[in-house]
Design a protein around this ligand. Structure first.
Ligand code: ZN
Length: 393
């Protein structure tokens, strides 16, 4: 194949192949990948800061290239990927495969494609001579609730090296995104009282009370769907509420003494998750627990937070928005329902947009892929950034 879409002509494709080969599933270490990036950046005189998780099995990497002492533009991505267990892949998820203009492999769209483009173009940025700093920010544990990036941001605060703007390369098909919903997750444990099911009224059936609580969440979800508030710029225009996991009971003839379920609120900017949680708690406290406790005083609900990622709500007039529009050649400014680390940069006062190759529709699935065309567009985006921040045209 000699046409211009020959994958081997694009340095990012080779880099993506290397990154996919690190099986950085969130539960496992990402240190080999981080070490690879650190070594890769070494000849380019990068300042590299690592921040680790408590177990020192995972690390964030924040690199500064080019001039020091002034804030630069940060290009950011997470290094972890979602698991592949239980998914029917046609090929090995950790060996990138090119086929029909697509690059298959775990993380190709979410989001090693962007990281590969950024790393592959570092030699070009350096060759062309950076006039202002370029930061590369790689995080761990994004897929399990954006847990890693906070440590990087606190470290940058302490070190006084905050970027002046940030582009997070989550898959948006290279369209700039300025807002996303906030996500808060909770675990609810229902404690009941076990017994023989023939004597059901003498026990407290944790599964049944959990079901009533889940049904309330479903009704809250319906209310938001039917009554808003709405922001039509989002692909799902209202706040959503969802229960994702439920576990409880041991046998049909045993009254279940415990049931656990996990639920989340994905709120529009302006919608308050605490208000929703309050409504949920109130229902549990006034409608369910009195009946449970009439049978068994220790029965009841325990609600614990699992994760909280704030909204992204960058002002359309922010400089970084115009920059992303110019670099992507897209005047669109999108809003998306999925969460990203962009909101944490945003909360830290760093103007941030999301813009990266691939589609979120291909993320987290078997046979995840990114189109070669998306990689080409991301490279073009970064070369236009080089036009802005490098000496040589
Ligand atoms: Zn992602």
């Amino acid at each position: 194949m000699t046409d211009s879409r020959n994958a081997s002509l694009f340095p990012s494709v080779e880099m993506l192949r290397r990154l996919v080969a690190f099986p950085t599933v969130s539960r496992d270490s990402n240190l080999e990948l981080i070490q690879f990036v650190r070594d890769y950046l070494k000849p380019h005189d990068a300042d590299v800061r690592l921040t680790h998780d408590d177990g020192k099995r995972k690390a964030n990497l924040f690199a500064t290239l080019g001039p020091r002492g002034e804030p630069g533009i940060a290009l950011s991505g997470h290094t972890d990927v979602v698991p592949v267990e239980g998914q029917a892949w046609d090929t090995d998820p950790f060996t990138m495969v090119e086929k029909d203009g697509r690059l298959y492999g775990r993380g190709t769209s979410d989001m090693k494609g962007f990281i590969a483009c950024v790393l592959a173009l570092v030699p070009e940025f350096m060759e062309r001579g950076l006039k202002s700093p370029l930061h590369i920010a790689l995080s761990y544990d994004e897929e399990v609730g954006c847990l890693g990036v906070g440590r990087m941001i606190s470290d940058l605060r302490l070190a006084g090296v905050g970027p002046r703007a940030c582009i997070v390369g989550e898959p948006t098909e290279m369209r700039p995104v300025i807002a996303h919903k906030g996500k808060t997750g909770y675990r609810c444990t229902v404690r009941g009282l076990a017994g023989h099911s023939a004597y059901a009224p003498r026990g407290v059936n944790a599964v049944e009370y959990a079901a009533e609580a889940v049904a309330l969440l479903k009704n809250l979800a319906r209310r938001h769907r039917d009554q808003g508030p709405y922001d039509r710029a989002f692909d799902v225009a209202h706040t959503t509420i969802h229960t994702g996991v439920i576990r409880g009971g041991t046998a049909l003839n045993v009254i279940p003494h415990e049931c656990t379920f996990d639920f989340e609120f994905r709120c529009l900017p302006g919608d308050d998750p605490d208000r929703l949680l309050h409504e949920f708690r109130d229902y549990v406290r006034t409608r369910l627990e009195p009946e449970m406790r009439a049978v068994h005083a220790a029965a009841g609900f325990i609600i614990e937070p699992l994760s909280a990622n704030p909204v992204l709500d960058t002002r359309p007039e922010a400089e970084v928005v115009a920059l992303a529009q110019e670099l992507s050649g897209s005047s669109e400014i999108g809003k998306v329902s999925f969460g990203t680390e962009a909101s944490q940069f945003h909360e830290a006062g760093i103007p941030t947009v999301v813009c990266g190759p691939g589609s979120i529709l291909q993320a987290h699935k078997p046979n995840e892929y990114v189109e070669l065309d998306q990689i080409m567009r991301c490279e073009a985006f970064l070369r236009r950034l080089a036009d802005r921040i490098c000496e040589k045209a």
